[in-house]
Design a protein around this ligand. Structure first.
Ligand code: ITT
Length: 198
């Protein structure tokens, strides 16, 4: 089975392909559809943005579509960067820009104020707008400098206490076993196994 994923983020796509590949599902990202318009992520929650991305692409292509809206939630920053994680440092921000901004915003925080969580909401939508949602969350600590070269986004700053390593130091197989995205995708794979396409 092939599944369209409404993302242009190659880091996400790689993890999703790896996880769903184990369930026999081949994924295709939006790079195969150059002419599709950019979906504006103006919802006020992860689920609203996940639905908007999946529903829009499903309607435009006529294909069942999966979307991932995810981000980093830092309690001591009132939940920032949250749904704005991809563009925390500005509209054209790179991962390095976002990581720098996060470290600046957290510079005055004590060690016991550096708890954070990655959150992922997946929406699987049909062209008629019917959707199912799957969620995951991973708790961790934000370091004062990056470690590791794997993963993407905020991974070098995100320490997983049980492993004593950042998500950028852990192999993808382990990240996928514990991550917010892995949790959501395992629910999705179970749901597809039981009910077929939505
Ligand atoms: P698409 O909308 O095309 O999927 P995006 O990067 O804009 O790509 P989001 O709006 O969902 O996607 O923003 C997710 C951001 O949250 C992502 O760019 C990273 O900065 C961060 N993020 C999410 N999951 C992450 C992970 O597993 N590791 C590191 N950073 C992550």
């Amino acid at each position: 089975m092939e599944l369209l994923v409404a993302t242009r983020n190659q880091g996400k796509l790689k993890e999703i392909a790896n996880l769903l590949g184990d369930a026999g599902i081949l994924v295709k990202g939006l790079d195969a559809f150059e002419s599709l318009p950019e979906v504006i992520e103006d919802g006020d929650s992860f689920s609203a943005n996940a639905r908007k991305k999946a529903e829009t692409v499903a309607r435009l292509t006529g294909c069942v579509t999966l979307a991932d809206d995810s981000g980093l939630v830092v309690e001591a920053l009132g939940g920032r960067p949250g749904i704005h994680s991809a563009r925390y440092a500005g509209p054209a921000a790179t991962d390095a820009d976002n990581n720098r901004t996060l470290l600046q915003e957290m510079a005055s925080l004590r060690a016991d104020q550096r708890q954070a969580a990655f959150v992922c909401v997946m929406a699987l939508c049909r062209p008629d707008g019917t959707c199912r949602f799957f969620e995951g969350r991973l708790e961790g600590i934000i370091l004062t400098e990056g470690r590791g070269s794997g993963g993407f986004g905020y991974d070098p700053l995100f320490l997983v206490p049980e492993y004593g390593m950042t998500l950028a130091e852990l192999p993808m197989q382990i990240k996928n076993r514990i991550s917010h995205r892995g949790q959501a995708l395992r629910q999705l794979a179970d749901s597809l196994r039981c009910f077929g396409a939505p």
